[in-house]
Design a protein around this ligand. Structure first.
Ligand code: 3PG
Ligand code: MG
Length: 427
């Protein structure tokens, strides 16, 4: 992908900067349980605020059905955003050079910064319309306005041209820093920047950082290049498996999708989760793999997926009444040995049902092996977003890997195709 201009190349002073972010964060009972996507957008936000830009932020949250739904409101996000904007000092490494970049210095005492220098962070109850336009036009230099969930309008996902024009009215500059949504051609990611042709249209520092890590892994990986793929479904990962068979040296497979591959090898899987309609495809992928695909040699099985489940380990066939929920100890060791030799590691998808204690060990072992390879042999390690990002976070290893992506589906799509049409149209 060609090098892109970033927000650093634009003089934002006094301008309305319409910025797409991915604030699609997990919420439980109105509380944010993981604010990583907001934190990771802060370098770009701070850069605009500190240079006197007037920031209009837009995002989606969840998958509402095309109208307002209280549980998908971005209001709680605006509160967290206000705290972060006012707690952060200068941004030491906006370009995300190197690994384990500390993007932000969070002040210990928020009162360190006087009230006058705090940016105003406000929330708009909608994302288009005359009232929203007035809020955007009334912003002062350094103010931040967060718009309500874009997906409260079904036109967002349809990339409706009229909706895109209404969004485009809110900015003099367009910035995309929503890496997690870069694979969606929606009004806010595709239509609006097209309408804004002639105005500056650039990427933010988060997208720049994501492209640096993922781009280098795809185009010039240090070898051995080991990809670890897990999760429930083969169908989600077919294209990425095909792409990685050409690029990576080894693919380590875990999670329930391994059982669909087992069926492709005529093994018995008991009651394990499988995709029967993908068995032929799994067999085909194994045929094309020239030995590059590794499957589990043992599995943790049980007859229930609970926190107190009784488990056992089997090699080979899984008995009729049982289900596989995690990779077994021999597999963990085999995978860890391969990971230890790697110089580039990409991991997407957990090895088992890590949310349940009896089935967390496979994912934990892989996370530890990736962290160790990063520290000991200087491997570049990239964790695809979604569940595997949540897993390394939960295991306290997020800062022991080179890069934790904020995109799940987006990072997979980038590994497959090496570009995004939503970014191709930017300067
Ligand atoms: C994500 O979390 O995967 C992104 O925010 C995109 O959301 P979507 O899959 O609902 O389009
Ligand atoms: Mg997704």
């Amino acid at each position: 992908m060609a090098t892109k201009k970033t927000v650093a190349d634009v003089d934002v002073k006094g301008k309305r900067v319409l910025m797409r972010v991915d604030f699609n964060v997990p919420l439980e009972g109105g509380k944010i349980t993981d604010d990583r996507r907001i934190v990771q957008a802060m370098p770009t936000i701070k850069s605009v605020v500190e240079r006197g830009g007037r920031l209009v932020l837009m995002s989606h949250l969840g998958r509402p059905k095309g109208g307002p739904e209280a549980k998908y409101s971005l209001k709680p996000v605006s509160e967290r955003l206000r705290e972060l904007v006012n707690q952060c000092q200068a941004v030491p490494h906006p370009h995300g050079e190197g690994r384990n970049v500390t993007d932000l210095h969070i002040m210990k005492d928020p009162d360190e910064k006087s009230a006058q220098t705090r940016a105003r962070v406000t929330f708009a109850e909608d994302c288009i319309g005359p009232q929203v336009e007035k809020l955007a036009n009334d912003l002062r230099d350094g103010d931040v306005l967060l718009l309500e969930n874009l997906r409260f309008h079904k036109e967002e996902e349809k990339n409706d041209p009229n909706f895109a024009r209404q969004l485009a009215k809110l900015g003099d500059v367009y910035v995309n820093d929503a890496f997690g949504t870069a694979h969606r051609e929606h009004a806010s990611t595709f239509g609006a920047p097209q309408v804004m042709q002639g105005k500056p249209r650039v990427i933010g520092f988060l997208i720049q950082k994501e492209l640096k890590f993922l781009g280098e892994a795809v185009t010039k990986p240090q070898r051995p290049f080991v990809a670890i793929l897990g999760g429930a479904k083969v169908s989600d990962k077919i294209e990425v498996i095909k792409a990685l068979l050409n690029k990576a040296d080894l693919l380590l497979i875990g999670g329930a999708m391994a059982y669909t591959f087992f069926l492709g090898q005529n093994k018995q899987v008991g009651k394990s989760l499988v995709e029967k309609d993908k068995v032929d495809l799994a067999r085909e992928l194994l045929g094309q793999a020239r030995g590059k695909i590794r499957l589990p040699v043992d599995n943790v099985i049980s007859n229930e997926m609970t926190d107190t489940a009784k488990t056992s380990v089997v090699e080979g066939n899984i008995p009729a009444e049982m289900e596989g929920f995690d990779i077994g100890p021999k597999t963990r060791k085999l995978y860890a040995d391969e990971i230890a030799k790697a110089k580039t590691i990409i991991w997407n998808g957990p090895m088992g049902v890590f949310e349940k204690k009896p089935f967390a060990e496979g994912t934990r072992a892989v996370a530890q092996a990736v962290a160790d390879a990063t520290a000991k042999s200087g491997a570049v390690s990239i964790i695809g977003g979604g569940d595997s990002a949540a897993a390394v976070e939960q295991m306290g290893l997020a800062d022991k890997v080179s890069h934790v992506s904020t995109g799940g589906g987006a990072s997979l799509e980038f590994l497959e195709s090496g570009h995004f049409s939503t970014l191709d149209i930017l300067d």
